[in-house]
Design a protein around this ligand. Structure first.
Ligand code: ZN
Length: 421
């Protein structure tokens, strides 16, 4: 204490000298009664003040953290698209959508609060959207065509391709997200090699499966995989499985998967192969008629030995339905419902928007900042919020952690492990 007082005095005296040196009136500076600011006991406010009240201990500021809460019975519309066409080519049908119609749909979905989520995340209970927004999943079947995704020579994305249009839309509306699941058939089509005017031109028969063509397709797929597009299996030749032999069902699935891996490898992107996941869309939405044939689909393992995670089912042209949450008793990953993207079904979704509630916010706290990743602390905070009635049941997403708040208890959600071998 004595040292501090003497330091204070020294500082006070230093100030006097500073005043003198800075050109103040010296006479006044040396008159303590008229200039109280320079007395040792009452230093000016800008004087460093090493008094015991200033210590490194800062007052704790209450810390709060927002959880994003999805409803336990949240549903999602899963839309199926096929081809995309310039408007001049013809009207929108169940298999071909005018590009202007596709853009209109994206605008409409965005305005009604929808944001895209990943199919893979949905089937693992890990997907969520920003507060106030509602989940939506886009899928495209029968790919790859130039109108699915085409990368120009300068590296830009063609605005005649759906995933290119979607990417532009996402750049302008980042909270819409960039996700789509595409189901590919590699055995029955020629991917485009160039765009001329508003047309994509495929290779002629002499160039079919040339290295250049395969690298073009492989590098396009690689771009998609790296940007959040999920690439899945729609069989090699799109044959209806109803009456295929079990061997043929297995071959159609496996051969298609091998081509995908070959294309990525030939484009120098075999590093992406470990990211591939095993999800199947049944051609025409039809299961094999025999149980043993169904079992071939359900027990199918991809070339890396990964099991099938989900099967995309019927097209539901006659009965629109939404897909239930992972946390719902209705959830069945091996019978995922989808609805055809058409102006009629888009209107159906908008009319039934009350069945698709937006994500909510629940503010948790106060906690200490260093507890923001502490599972037990967050669990207690969610329970407190439930008991006080400030927040309600649901799936809580906070700092990358997921909790299920249901029937008065709160438990961490651990998505099922995907075996890899
Ligand atoms: Zn198809």
């Amino acid at each position: 204490m004595k040292n501090r007082l003497s330091l204070l005095f020294t500082l006070g005296m230093g100030l006097i000298l500073a005043y003198a040196a800075s050109g103040c009136t010296i006479v006044q500076s040396f008159m303590p009664t008229e200039t109280p600011t320079i007395t040792p006991t009452q230093p000016p406010t800008n004087t460093p003040q090493p008094s015991p009240t200033i210590t490194p201990t800062l007052t704790e500021v209450p810390y709060y953290i927002d959880a994003t809460v999805m409803a336990l019975d949240q549903q999602v519309p899963i839309l199926i698209y096929h081809r995309f066409i310039p408007d001049r080519v013809g009207p929108t049908t169940s298999m071909k959508m005018q590009l202007s119609e596709f853009k209109n749909e994206l605008e409409l979905f965005y305005e009604h609060g929808f944001s895209l989520v990943s199919l893979y995340d949905w089937i693992h209970g890990t997907s969520y959207v920003p507060p106030g927004r509602r989940p939506l999943i886009l899928t495209i079947d029968d790919v790859w065509y130039g109108d699915t995704l085409f990368i120009n020579e300068d590296g830009s994305l063609s605005d005649l391709s759906a995933l290119g249009i979607l990417y532009d839309f996402y750049q302008e509306h980042p909270d819409f997200g960039y996700h789509a699941a595409v189901f590919a058939i590699y055995g029955d089509k020629h991917y485009a090699v160039k765009q001329v005017g508003d047309m994509f031109i495929g290779p002629d028969n002499s160039t079919w499966t040339t290295p250049a063509w395969r690298i073009k397709l492989g590098s396009t797929i690689a771009w998609a995989v790296e940007h959040g597009i999920e690439v899945y299996n729609h069989t090699f030749l799109h044959l209806s499985m109803t009456d295929l032999s079990n061997t043929d069902i297995q071959d159609q699935l496996f051969k298609n998967d091998l081509v995908l891996r070959d294309l990525l490898s030939e484009a120098g992107r075999e590093d992406l192969i470990p990211q591939l996941k095993n999800i199947i869309a049944l051609p025409e939405g039809k299961w094999p008629s025999s149980q043993s044939g169904k079992n071939v689909v359900l027990n199918y393992e991809d070339p890396e030995g990964k099991p099938v995670l989900a099967v995309m089912e019927a097209y539901n042209l006659d009965a629109a339905q939404f897909t239930p949450s992972y946390f719902s008793d209705e959830f069945n990953p091996f019978a995922i419902a989808r609805i055809t993207a058409s102006p009629y079904f888009v209107q159906y979704i908008i009319q039934n928007i009350d069945d698709l509630p937006p994500a909510r916010v629940c503010t948790l706290g106060p906690i200490k900042q260093e507890q923001e990743n502490d599972v037990v602390v967050l669990q207690e905070q969610i329970l407190k919020a439930l008991n006080s009635g400030t927040c309600s049941e649901g799936v809580y997403h906070v700092n990358g952690l997921i909790f299920i708040a249901r029937d008065g208890s709160v438990d961490p959600h651990t998505p099922p492990e995907i075996p890899t071998n």
